[in-house]
Design a protein around this ligand. Structure first.
Ligand code: SF4
Ligand code: SF4
Length: 131
């Protein structure tokens, strides 16, 4: 089967999507992480994830989920702990959560379009807009 053509190139991007504060993990994702690191699911859950609860405003906006822990970064404020911050690549690619596999859902990545536009305007192919 032919791989669908996409209009973005993650190899030219510093991994903006890996700086999203809420990267949700399911039970299945935790089991995959546990197998990858040869841990129990409980150990992987405690080591790599934390709870995110938001209960303000309308009940339909409330959130109660498990998300990946972050670490400080030299480009964005923080990134997912699994981003290799020198190579700007996922260090657990085969074991990454479903949400990372699905992103950006479609042929386009909004951030990549922005990145390309800014690099063209600045005349600098390595420029990284951070705000
Ligand atoms: S923000 Fe877009 S281009 Fe950058 S790594 Fe994520 S999916 Fe790839
Ligand atoms: S698991 Fe990998 S792809 Fe997903 S946010 Fe973390 S570094 Fe990025």
């Amino acid at each position: 089967m032919k791989t669908p053509k996409v209009n973005y190139d993650c190899a030219k991007c510093p991994g903006y999507c890996c700086s999203y504060p809420r990267i949700e993990v399911t039970k299945k994702d935790i089991v995959r992480l546990a197998e990858h690191f040869e841990l129990t699911a409980d150990q992987a859950k405690a080591k790599f994830t934390r709870s995110y609860v938001f209960k303000e405003g309308h009940p339909k906006d409330h959130v109660n989920e498990r998300i990946l822990k972050h670490k400080k970064d030299h480009i964005y404020a923080t990134t997912c702990q699994f981003l290799d911050q020198d190579k700007r690549r996922c260090s657990i690619y085969e074991a990454r959560p479903a949400v990372c596999r699905a992103f950006p859902e479609g042929k386009k990545c909004g951030y990549y379009g922005f990145l390309k536009f800014e690099r063209k305007c600045q005349g600098d192919k390595d420029f990284i807009p951070t705000a």
